[in-house]
Write a protein that binds this ligand. Structure first.
Ligand code: SF4
Ligand code: SF4
Length: 345
């Protein structure tokens, strides 16, 4: 797996965005915020020699690339399964090029809580997103980045059922940047959010909708009974934190955006994704002794390899001692794994 950055530009301002700083840096270094077609061909060569049949396009917002249809055409010509991570408010030319792909060759993950305003998507943004999901049908499905414990997931099920998109919802936990300058979900809030996710997955399963987890989820967010419920609901549950490989237009490969400042490796002309991932994993290894909670270092789940100890970027934040203030609704509170300094409302 490798994500290819093709656009350093985004026209929204999500409060939880963890790519903003990295993209600003990148725009300073690069001649153009968009990948050139000859460089894109190099990336396709890289995927070919790495034995990767899937091309994952990221940004910024990838569909804003002025030559997006040509990028899609070239990727399809190489026989790649095309995956696009989009905020969904895409130009007509981009929607048309994705709509033209066979259903089995294209996956568009539409981030439903990307927005121009910190208050969240406007009715107009929501309506445009709905129209794109309807148009792309089974090629697309919604995602939601959880960055506050009081978020509501309820709108996602009618959205899937009304648009006829793929019956899947991808949930992510917003991760902190190295500077902590974005809004993110603090690990102390995970168990509370975990309970909400279990209720949502149960409800989703009744409508034949499957819930998928992005990276950063941890085992102790859920009780044994919760896990049974998630399994029964057919949810794709996993405790992942490993180098995804985000590759920017200048040819720098990083573990993921939140860890971009820790290690970046240049793509070379013979290297493969596997070799880069191994090297980045080795560089991160010293940081893996700890986890997002104090209890991780002695946790059996970590020792037996079941749980990674959570998002490494969140672990790094744990060692920056700053007072935190978390407001948790009293009625629904469950004890987090390390609740020593949660401040109740
Ligand atoms: S390793 Fe840490 S995050 Fe994972 S289950 Fe154990 S205490 Fe929880
Ligand atoms: S550090 Fe790990 S869990 Fe956190 S965003 Fe990166 S890959 Fe995901």
């Amino acid at each position: 797996m490798a994500n290819l950055l093709i656009s350093g530009v985004c026209n929204l301002r999500c409060p939880y965005c963890f790519a903003g700083h990295h993209l600003a840096e990148y725009r300073r270094r690069a001649d153009s915020p968009f990948i050139a077609l000859d460089i894109f061909e190099d990336r396709l060569d890289f995927l070919d020699r790495s034995g990767i049949n899937e091309i994952r396009l990221i940004g910024g917002e990838p569909t804003l690339h002025p030559q997006f249809p040509e990028i899609i055409r070239r990727a399809a010509q190489r026989g790649k399964h095309i995956v696009v991570f989009s905020h969904g408010l895409m130009p007509e030319r981009a929607a048309a090029s994705l709509e033209a792909l066979p259903v089995g060759r294209c996956t568009v993950l539409v981030n439903t809580n990307a927005a121009r305003s910190p208050d969240g998507p406007s009715p107009k943004e929501h309506a445009r997103r709905l129209a794109v999901l309807r148009r792309l049908g089974a090629r697309a499905f919604p995602g939601f980045n959880i960055y506050a414990p009081d978020c509501s997931l309820d709108f996602l099920l009618p959205l899937v059922l009304e648009t006829g998109c793929r019956k899947t919802v991808r949930l992510g936990l917003a991760a902190p940047t190295a500077g902590g300058d974005n809004v993110y979900l603090h690990p102390k809030q995970y168990p509370f959010v975990g309970a909400k996710i279990v209720r949502f997955a149960r409800q989703a399963a009744r409508s034949g909708i499957r819930v998928e987890f992005d990276c950063g989820f941890v085992r102790c967010m859920f009780s044994e009974a919760d896990l049974d419920t998630l399994r029964e609901a057919g949810a794709d549950v996993g405790w992942r934190c490993s180098p995804v490989l985000d590759i920017d237009v200048t040819g720098q490969a990083v573990h993921c955006f939140p860890l971009a400042n820790l290690a970046a490796l240049p793509l070379d002309h013979a290297g493969t994704a596997g070799a880069l991932r191994d090297e980045l994993a080795a560089r991160m290894q010293p940081y893996r002794a700890a986890g997002i909670y104090k209890t991780c270092s002695t946790c059996r789940c970590k020792q037996n390899g079941e749980c990674t100890g959570g998002c490494l970027a969140a672990t790094m934040r744990r060692f920056r001692h700053e007072p935190i203030r978390i407001v948790v609704p009293q009625a629904e509170t469950r004890a987090p794994a390390d609740a020593s300094d949660v401040i109740m409302a």
